[in-house]
Design a protein around this ligand. Structure first.
Ligand code: GLV
Length: 325
């Protein structure tokens, strides 16, 4: 029997790709940059499945370009704001994502950004490389303390909770804002409203999905509420922060520093005014980028894809309503 046809929008770790190749006739985009819109529209034509990344916009036009035989869209990411899920649901196409496997790696990275920006490690590193290190200096690159500070977590899902567990080891008080959060007795953290979180936090870390409600959640009004010593960290999605407002807040020392793993747009243009500031550290969306985490994500996305191709329930499906009779 002929293998099902799939379009894979980038080479992913072998753990996932090998499984895809074993079960499918796979058209794998060979470049290291994402396929253009035109390429996606052309390559999905006639496929049974799409294995995509967060860099690919998959909407009704793409689903229709694929055709009525399309059975599944599998995203190698936990976030799925790149996919028009209602459009997939309307066409009865299950959409898969990769939760859980990246929780710890992402929480590690968020904590790393808090440490890097709060203790000015990025500035220290650049200082050494620039040959400016003359002596031990009692006033050099003074940062903020972690012990007994307050960490405010926006979005208390898997990653937010994993960050809270790390914060306990640093003797931090944890508060969170998440109207949907399920309480967790094992984690010492208090639920607060958004304004209280902004006003009381010494560190704020964002772990919310990107939705119409969370786009520019952190804007000029939010910065006006924050403490001047606040360190803001984002490992969720770039557009959750209004980056023009962030620039003003950092430049005017309305907050102390920021650490971003995600920006809007990505990649951040080299002429972004943010890159002229010293009190910010910016990474290229690598919070989940440990070798084993990316292997697990690639494998999980492959399993979602293959389940969908077989007409079975996806192990991780973001729109289970497609299975309703
Ligand atoms: C990464 O940002 C992901 O959503 O998996």
């Amino acid at each position: 029997m002929a293998k099902p046809k799939v379009f894979v929008t980038r080479a992913v770790p072998d753990k996932g790709l090998d499984l895809v190749k074993q079960f499918c006739d796979a058209d794998i985009w060979p470049e290291s940059t994402p396929p253009s819109r035109e390429v996606i529209l052309a390559h999905v034509r006639g496929v049974d499945g799409i294995y995509c990344l967060l860099t690919d916009r998959i909407d009704g036009e793409v689903l229709d370009a694929a055709g009525p035989q399309l059975k599944v869209v599998s995203n190698m990411a936990v976030g799925f704001d790149n996919i028009d899920v209602p459009a997939a649901t309307a066409r009865k196409i299950p959409v898969g994502n990769t939760p859980d496997v990246l929780t710890e790696a992402t929480a590690d990275f968020a904590f790393g950004l808090m440490l890097t920006a709060g203790r000015r490690m990025q500035e220290g590193e650049q200082y050494v490389r620039a040959g400016k290190w003359q002596t031990w200096d009692p006033m050099l690159l003074l940062g903020v303390d972690f012990a007994r500070s307050t960490l405010g977590i926006v979005g208390f899902g898997r990653v937010g909770k994993a960050l809270a567990r790390r914060a306990a080891g640093f003797d931090m008080k944890v508060i969170y804002y998440d109207p949907m959060a399920r309480p967790d007795r094992d984690i010492k953290a208090s639920s607060v409203d958004f304004e209280t979180l902004l006003r009381e936090s010494d560190f704020i870390s964002l772990h919310t999905p990107l939705t119409a409600e969370t786009r520019h959640l952190i804007n000029a009004e939010a910065f006006a509420e924050m403490k001047p010593n606040c360190v803001l960290v984002n490992t969720s999605r770039g557009p959750v922060i209004d980056l023009d407002a962030l620039y003003q807040a950092l430049k005017n020392h309305q907050i102390f520093a920021a650490g971003l793993d995600v920006t809007d747009p990505e990649p951040l243009p080299l002429d972004s005014p943010l890159l002229t500031l010293e009190n910010i550290v910016i990474c290229p969306h690598i919070a989940s980028a440990s070798k084993s985490t990316r292997e697990k994500m690639a494998l999980m996305a492959a399993k979602n894809l293959i389940s969908g191709l077989k007409g079975e329930y996806l192990p991780n499906c973001v729109n289970p309503e497609v299975y309703a009779k």
